[in-house]
Design a protein around this ligand. Structure first.
Ligand SMILES: [Zn+2]
Length: 325
């Protein structure tokens, strides 16, 4: 087991009543960021972060580097709203956030990120939430491999230096799958171009301000000032589609916690089994939903996410350097 402080505890989880498509969205405040070097854990499972070439150049200014935000669901961007304003990343979103409805949240997110000065990328609501969960349940790894390929292409083409995205928390299979796709995409870029991108994550269920001591030097940490915090709160409050998730987040965390945005270095590749306690929270939730007659199947880590990770890893291992025969 890697030494990795728990992002989310069972006790916290019981408070959350986490739904499989649920998010925890926030409010937050101004910042002064800790100038942090950009690190990438990459496909190795080393405890030590591996610095990348760009780290030397941007250790005093991550804002000088091209960023991408990659999230499973529209609305996640609220958690890192001020970083969004500062970094103005390319934003890629896997699903339309429709959940169990047919109501897409993409329009709301598009308006929000454009107000922040960021821009939508080519992958933007590629799947409905239902399609994402069906693909996970069916073990349809080709869907995820294709997304990793496409994301790698988009990041490479846009000259992105570092990526920020969902953390693996064992709380929502869509979030965990998103992280697997991100890591697989970065592995592909490294294999084809020999270029390592910085790789950061933020929690959607765990405390927004939590940054393990051994990650602090390599993390991007923003502490919001009053104006930035007010803007973040206003965006969160006007995102009506996220109201339920917001209330849950407020219930789970102190409001003050959202003044901090902690982008932690990702120190794992595709082996995510040590990132959370087992069974994953989404398994218990799925069992409840099946018992209640709402779902017919339960997404499980061992049966669904772990094989998906393995397929993504096998596909990435077959990638050849650009120009190779
Ligand atoms: Zn989500």
């Amino acid at each position: 087991m890697r030494e990795r402080p728990r992002v989310i505890t069972r006790r916290q989880a019981r408070q959350y009543a986490i739904p499989p498509t649920g998010e925890a969205e926030p409010p937050g405040r101004n910042l002064e960021r800790l100038d942090a070097p950009i690190y990438l854990a990459g496909p190795s499972h080393s405890e030590a972060p591996i610095s990348i070439d760009v780290a030397a150049d941007c250790s005093n200014s991550w804002e000088a580097h091209r960023a991408a935000l990659i999230i499973a669901h529209p609305g996640h961007e609220l958690r890192v709203h001020h970083w969004l304003e500062r970094a103005k990343p390319l934003v890629l979103v896997l699903t339309d956030g429709s959940g169990h409805t047919d109501q897409s949240r993409l329009g709301r997110t598009t308006a929000l990120i454009e107000r922040a000065g960021a821009a939508p990328g080519r992958i933007y609501g590629a799947l409905s939430d239902r399609a994402l969960y069906r693909a996970i349940l069916a073990g349809d790894a080709d869907v995820f491999i294709a997304l990793a390929q496409e994301i790698a292409h988009v990041l490479d083409h846009a000259g992105v230096d570092y990526v920020v995205g969902d953390a693996v928390e064992g709380a929502n299979p869509g979030h965990d799958a998103c992280r697997l796709i991100i890591n697989a995409a970065l592995m592909r870029i490294e294999a084809t171009r020999g270029r390592r991108l910085g790789n950061f994550e933020f929690t959607l269920e765990g405390p927004p301000d939590a940054c393990p001591p051994n990650d602090r030097d390599a993390a991007i940490i923003l502490t919001l000032g009053e104006d930035a915090y007010r803007r973040k709160l206003e965006e969160a409050q006007s995102y009506s589609e996220m109201a339920i998730d917001l209330r849950r987040a407020m219930h789970s965390h102190q409001l003050e916690a959202f003044r901090t945005e902690c982008l932690r270095p990702v120190r794992y590749g595709l082996e995510i089994g040590d990132c959370f306690e087992h069974p994953a929270l989404y398994e218990g939730y799925g069992e409840q939903q099946v018992a209640a007659g709402f779902y017919t199947d339960v997404i499980r880590f061992r049966a669904h996410l772990a094989p998906l990770a393995e397929r993504l890893g096998r596909a990435a291992a077959q990638v050849k350097p650009a120009g190779a025969p």
